[in-house]
Design a protein around this ligand. Structure first.
Ligand code: 5AD
Ligand code: FES
Length: 352
């Protein structure tokens, strides 16, 4: 019976490709009087609670540059999008974002940006060092794409604790459909291995429903994640951006994203798993539902309000308008309604 596969996944933390496929294909079916996806969410939340309690960790996201030298077909800040209004935050501006974040209780700062050559190793390491000097009790996470091993090494030595680099898809051929020829799946995977070797808490991840993705690919994602064992996994639905080659492709499904969050929690019980902004963008209750499906991290935006409307990877992104200054309070209130509590410690990955 398909529903028994969930129990098996919970106990053994792994399934075969065929078993994952059965679950994915039958997620809306009922077994033992309950929808499979609902049962998956219950089990996933239970596993999360056993390890982390009902705690949701918050990370302050600082989107410090929307310049990017790459041309991913799905991404709104791709170099080829001439309509994107570009901005860069200077080191002192990034520092003041961290200051206001610290005041608000954040103990992790995520510095995210496009692949912007302006931020040389020298500039970036100096920013990391300054944040770590001023806030030694905080974790610094970087999310600035593919860089040489030596660059990652310098950033680690400067004090960066974590690094997010989604692999985007486990399928080499699919990767080639999402990216221009200059970008390679092999290089991306090598970067992930480098980051792990250098001792970063590393985050991998993929988009759900990106053009050309199959259910088989999703089964392979789950097998791959179990093998890679990243400390963090970021997944969110693909959402078209009007000024990209994928502007008129169909968006990913929120329900499928939630189901995959649950399966990821079951195969990697101690993983740090965010309910992403993309999920909150296609479903107004997406982030709450993400938490109820086993996620345990939220990444509210700390970027200055005047640049938020410019860091647009996809259309209709939430928290970019007038309301932006109140986002954190709003999010806290909403999450507490799920029965979880927002905590402000660094929330490092727990090694079991
Ligand atoms: N829809 C959803 N997610 C996107 N990303 C980039 N473009 C989009 C889009 N159109 C994701 C990628 C990237 C992360 C920072 O945002 O997975 O790694
Ligand atoms: Fe910038 Fe993909 S467009 S990394």
């Amino acid at each position: 019976m398909t529903e028994d596969l969930l129990e098996k996944l919970k106990t053994e933390k792994a399934l075969t490709r065929e078993e994952y496929l059965l679950l994915i294909r039958n997620r809306e079916e009922t077994g033992n009087g309950e929808r499979i996806s609902d049962r998956a969410a219950e089990l996933a939340a239970c596993v999360r609670d056993e390890i982390y309690g009902k705690k949701v960790y918050i990370r302050g996201l600082i989107e410090f540059t929307n310049y990017c030298k790459n041309n991913c077909y799905y991404c709104g800040i791709r170099a080829g999008n001439a309509k994107a209004e570009r901005y860069r935050l200077m080191p002192d501006e990034i520092l003041s974002c961290a200051d206001s974040g610290y005041e608000l209780g954040f103990r992790t700062f995520v510095l995210q940006g496009g692949e912007d050559p302006y931020y040389t190793d020298e500039i970036l390491t100096s920013i990391v060092r300054k944040i770590k000097e001023k806030y030694p009790d905080c974790a610094v996470t970087l999310s600035v794409g593919e860089r040489p091993y030596e660059s990652y090494k310098k950033l680690k030595e400067a004090g960066a604790d974590r690094y997010l680099l989604r692999h985007e898809t486990v399928n080499r051929k699919h990767y080639a459909k999402l990216h221009p020829e200059e970008m390679s799946w092999e290089h991306r995977m090598q970067c992930l291995r480098d980051l792990k070797e250098l001792g970063f808490q590393t985050g991998a991840g993929f988009m759900v429903g990106s053009p050309g993705q199959t259910e088989e690919d999703l089964a392979d994602e789950l097998l791959f994640l179990r093998e890679l064992r990243p400390e963090m996994v970021g997944i969110g639905p693909f959402i078209p951006h009007q000024d990209t080659p994928f502007g008129s492709r169909e968006q990913g499904s929120a329900k499928l994203t939630l189901f995959l969050l649950s399966l990821i929690r079951l195969t990697l019980p101690d993983v740090l798993l965010p309910a992403t902004t993309a999920l909150g963008t296609i479903d107004p209750m997406g982030r709450e539902k993400g938490i109820l499906s086993g996620a345990n991290v939220l990444m509210p935006n700390l970027s200055p309000v005047n640049v938020r409307g410019k860091y647009l990877l996809y259309d209709n992104k939430i928290c970019t308008g007038e309301e932006a200054a109140q986002c954190i309070e709003c999010l806290k209130r909403r999450i507490e309604k799920t029965g979880c509590t927002i905590v402000t410690d660094r929330g490092d990955h727990k090694v079991l």
